[in-house]
Design a binder for this molecule. Structure first.
Ligand code: 7RM
Length: 636
């Protein structure tokens, strides 16, 4: 495919074309993919309902674009390099032909186990090649996959099974993570028992941890594939058929199932993969995300594999067996493009330079960052010590809902500026509005980031609740997609993402709703009410600060620490360890307005440790609690 932009002039030209004639622009790109039947119309849209359709009536299967098309040219090329958790275990190199056979075989298994086009399949697996096989086999038979990060609890998993009425779960006997192996199967067992739609669970053997297999329900992966044909004809999909659902947190209620469709997602993730990382044939690409997040979907699996690239899957954690693991893997596999999150960079930076200096890192050409704002210090450390000053950093801004990267430099083309995502990619039309929805034109402005024109891989709906999709993303500013992020456009027209402006917090690049964490805390029997805010955290970007009103209890002062521990356990059980509060403060009341709304602004200030400018508190129903909260936080 010839999708690549090679100069700043080229970028400006392509960008102009994409704005002046979006349909012509995307048709030319889409033309380079393999379609059984091409589209009748490139785009149909309105942001009121919303209704977004790309490449209307085109027929194809995304996996044919990975396999059938690429097999002619590079059947024996490595598709996936698997680097296991334990560095003593040998890596695996899986060729396109081998991956094709595994995907076809597992497609046949899915069908034999009753999965049909349109059925939902949950994938709750470790970072092993079979997770990619599972996703692609679903795509091949037209089933809708919903990958759930294997760190989520059984109740979070049950919520997702219930929401999408999934028929099947694909999982493993356990996960290796650093020095630990984690039991996964019993989490699935609990979730399946709480729900009523799961007909089959297929279990990959990974750790050898003993598990209970329930007759008629559970099936071993290795037994299920035994003797099954490695040939499979892909299901014909419409461009707008659903490809997958991925749950993500918002400012209200339970996580939403973000729906992506086949055609637009394929075109956009492939186009952005090749341009943002300047992937060249023969390069080794490594994205350190988990496939449970959108970054793993778009830039470990789909974008790279459709491009015929070699993509590295790493099962482990950055600090096992030591904090040099990432760099050891880069050298071992001669990684050319490396894509990670600022939280990992900051965590590894804290271990000092000696750990890094043991490695050459000479294969690296492009460094990527994603998930949260990258602070200048981390940017420079990444640039100087990992990239040795010679690798451009692409600070890529995007979301689960956007499917692919929207704002990012092109490496070696767009002049970078630390902590700036810089400029929109071709096809992306950002717009900044103030809180009343008025457009802030020109440079040197700050406000809410919106997008005014559709791009191919944008969210189509939230599963089972289109109204929620409309309200969340298209209801705030009529006619615009609202991202939930604050942004600054500087004097050069460069974009700097400032972080969320809604009640979403970003902990180590993971999105959590404050309401979601509060609901979990409130499950503790002694908790009356709680309020959760984010606060700046050196490594995680944001930490979770919870204010909790507890049942009055004569011994409370003696047991406050115990109560806090129990609250942490409760959150871990209801959501997962990633949502555990970093700090809990037991309070007698929460600052509330006369209409009963919690004044989070004050709670955020206290959590930040800066109470110099609390603003007007006289309108509060209970101004006295502010002093109590300040005093208890040691800020009086
Ligand atoms: C890809 C992903 C989305 C939220 C988004 C932002 C934040 C992501 C950057 C960033 C500053 C970046 N999907 N975010 N990338 N903030 N600079 N380069 O992370 O759905 O999990 O999160 O993450 O707030 O709205 S996500």
């Amino acid at each position: 495919m010839a999708l690549k932009i090679n100069s700043l002039g080229g970028y400006i030209h392509e960008y102009q074309k994409s704005v002046n004639d979006p349909e012509g622009f995307w048709a030319e790109i889409a033309d380079q993919f393999y379609w059984r039947k091409k589209w009748d119309k490139v785009l149909e849209w309105n942001f009121e309902e919303p209704n977004i359709k790309w490449f209307l009536n085109a027929k194809f299967n995304i996996t044919e674009n990975i396999f059938e098309r690429n097999l002619f040219t590079h059947a024996d090329k490595t598709a996936i390099i698997f680097e296991p958790n334990d560095p003593k275990e040998s890596p695996q190199h899986i060729t396109y032909r081998e991956l094709y056979e595994k995907v076809c075989q597992f497609s046949n298994v899915l069908k034999a186990q009753g999965i049909q086009k349109g059925d939902r399949v949950i994938i709750y697996m470790p970072m092993v090649p079979e997770a990619a096989v599972a996703m692609l086999a679903c795509a091949r038979v037209g089933a809708v996959h919903s990958v759930v990060f294997a760190g989520f609890s059984s109740s979070a998993l049950a919520d997702r099974i219930e929401d999408c009425q999934a028929k099947m779960v694909l999982t493993s006997d356990g996960n290796f993570r650093g020095a630990k192996s984690i039991d996964v199967k019993s989490v699935v067992d609990e979730a399946v028992a709480k729900t009523s739609t799961i007909e089959k669970v297929i279990v990959l053997q990974r750790t050898g941890i003993p598990v209970t297999m329930q007759e008629g329900l559970d099936l071993w992966w290795h037994e299920a594939i035994e003797g099954v044909s490695t040939e499979n004809k892909a299901e014909e999909m419409d461009s707008e058929d659903m490809l997958f659902i991925l749950y993500t947190s918002g400012s209200t209620g339970k996580p939403k199932g973000v729906v992506h469709s086949c055609g637009g997602y394929m075109v956009y993730t492939t186009y952005t993969f090749q341009n943002v990382f300047h992937y060249n044939p023969g390069d080794i690409f490594w994205c350190t995300a988990d496939v449970g997040w959108i970054t793993g979907h778009s830039y470990i699996v789909y974008g790279p594999l459709i491009s015929g690239a070699t993509t590295l899957m790493f099962e482990g954690v950055p600090t096992y067996p030591d904090a040099g693991r990432f760099w050891e893997v880069v050298d071992k596999h001669q990684v050319n493009q490396f894509y990670t999150a600022p939280t990992a960079i900051r965590a590894l930076q804290a271990f000092g330079l000696e750990v890094v200096q043991k490695y050459q890192l000479s294969s690296l050409k492009v460094l990527g960052s994603v998930g949260e704002p990258i602070n200048e210090e981390a940017w420079h450390w990444y640039h100087d010590h990992i990239g040795k000053g010679k690798c451009p950093i692409v600070d890529t801004w995007w979301q689960t809902e956007t499917g692919g990267i929207l704002i990012s430099p092109l490496p070696g083309i767009t002049p970078t500026k630390p902590s700036y995502a810089t400029l929109p990619l071709p096809g992306v039309q950002p717009l900044i509005v103030d809180n009343e929805g008025r457009e802030l034109k020109g440079n040197s402005v700050e406000g809410n980031l919106c997008i005014k024109f559709p791009w191919p891989s944008m969210i189509r709906t939230t599963y089972g609740d289109h109204e929620r999709c409309r309200n969340t993303y298209f209801g705030n500013y009529p006619g615009l997609y609202f991202t939930g992020d604050g942004v600054k456009r500087d004097e050069d027209g460069y974009y700097r993402i400032l972080g969320r402006v809604d009640d979403v917090i970003n902990v180590s690049g993971h999105r959590l709703g404050t309401a979601e964490v509060e609901n979990a805390i409130n499950e503790h029997p002694l908790v009356i009410e709680s309020a959760v805010v984010g606060y700046p955290h050196d490594i995680k970007g944001q930490g979770i600060y919870a204010y909790v009103i507890a049942e009055s209890n004569a011994n409370m002062t003696d047991t406050e620490d115990e109560l806090k521990q129990e609250i942490i356990l409760t959150v871990s059980k209801i959501i997962g360890p990633i949502a555990k509060p970093d700090k809990i403060q037991i309070v007698s009341g929460l600052p509330k307005t006369r209409s009963g709304k919690i004044m989070r602004r004050i709670l955020r200030k206290v959590a930040e440790g800066d109470v110099s400018n609390l603003g007007d508190t006289s309108t509060l129903l209970n101004p006295e609690v502010v002093d109590e909260i300040k005093a208890k936080a040691g800020l009086a």
